[in-house]
Design a protein around this ligand. Structure first.
Ligand code: HPA
Length: 262
């Protein structure tokens, strides 16, 4: 069950948007905001923090808005921006969007993010399907004996649909770290040893919450930079956002195609 807080949020969204239920939810991470406009013009839009129990995001590039619109015949709930664990408010606000999506009736959630790539062949601007994750936050949104299976956490069915449509899209393992600092080169070498292809500060905890609620999860990372120590350059947030802006319309078109098919 999504819980009382999510039910209150969902009731508010249904009342204000006029859409009794939603089919799919999308969380747009750093740099993905501009992709939202490609999905079409919203029937309903509001600052996310006007919906019960949503906290205002603190990161630049996270607009913190919620939209409801129809895409390819599906009623879609779009979260522009998310709450991160490094904001220090725990896992509840981090996973509130996903729980709210479930309470709105969504069967699938598409989690997008900006990520550093540990693979030199994935240049900034590359979209990568998340095949699996490493939750390195030391935390979980689940409390008590909820022994949720995390095998096939990232829907094999939906990933196959995406690969059939976009045969060139690579797949990789995403490591969620807590942040907010970027990694040291030694940490990136450690992550490579652990089997990570991508590194970022979101998504895994949301996937855990989503799977516990029975949602299908599709994860897509936009590579915004090569991970620390690979190029010798320092990482900065402006670079991360710029890579997203440059790819926005392409990513938006891709999301539209994906929504049509899943
Ligand atoms: N590390 C962690 N998070 C990130 C990165 C990175 O290199 N790029 C975008 N988000």
């Amino acid at each position: 069950m999504p819980g009382v807080r999510a039910a209150e949020a969902a009731a508010d969204i249904a009342a204000r948007s006029g859409a009794a239920t939603h089919d799919i939810a999308i969380v747009l991470g750093s740099g993905w905001n501009a992709a939202a406009d490609e999905l079409g013009s919203p029937d309903f839009e509001t600052p996310t923090d006007t919906v019960p129990h949503f906290a205002a995001p603190v990161v630049t590039g996270h607009a913190g808005r919620l939209r409801s619109l129809e895409v390819s015949g599906r009623r879609v709930l779009v979260f522009l921006g998310r709450t991160h664990l490094y904001e220090g408010r725990g896992t509840e606000p981090v996973t509130h969007a996903v729980r709210t999506a479930a309470a709105c009736g969504a069967h699938s959630v598409i989690l997008t993010n900006a990520a550093g790539s540990l693979r030199t062949e994935w240049a900034p601007g590359t979209a990568v399907l998340i095949s699996d994750h490493l939750n390195l936050t030391g935390d979980s949104p689940l409390i008590g004996p909820q022994f949720v299976s995390m095998s096939d956490a990232y829907s094999p069915r939906e990933r196959k649909i995406v690969r059939d449509q976009f045969p060139a899209i690579p797949e990789g393992v995403y490591a969620q770290v807590r942040g907010p600092m970027y990694e040291t080169p030694a940490e990136i070498r450690m992550l490579r040893t652990l089997g990570a292809d991508l590194v970022g500060m979101s998504t895994a905890l949301e996937t855990i919450a989503a799977r516990a609620l029975g949602l299908e999860v599709l994860g897509i990372s936009l590579v915004t930079n090569l991970a620390a120590g690979i190029t010798g350059e320092a990482l900065d947030h402006a670079e991360v956002l710029a890579a997203g802006q440059a790819s926005a319309s392409r990513l938006g078109r891709m999301l539209t195609e994906i929504i049509r098919a899943i």
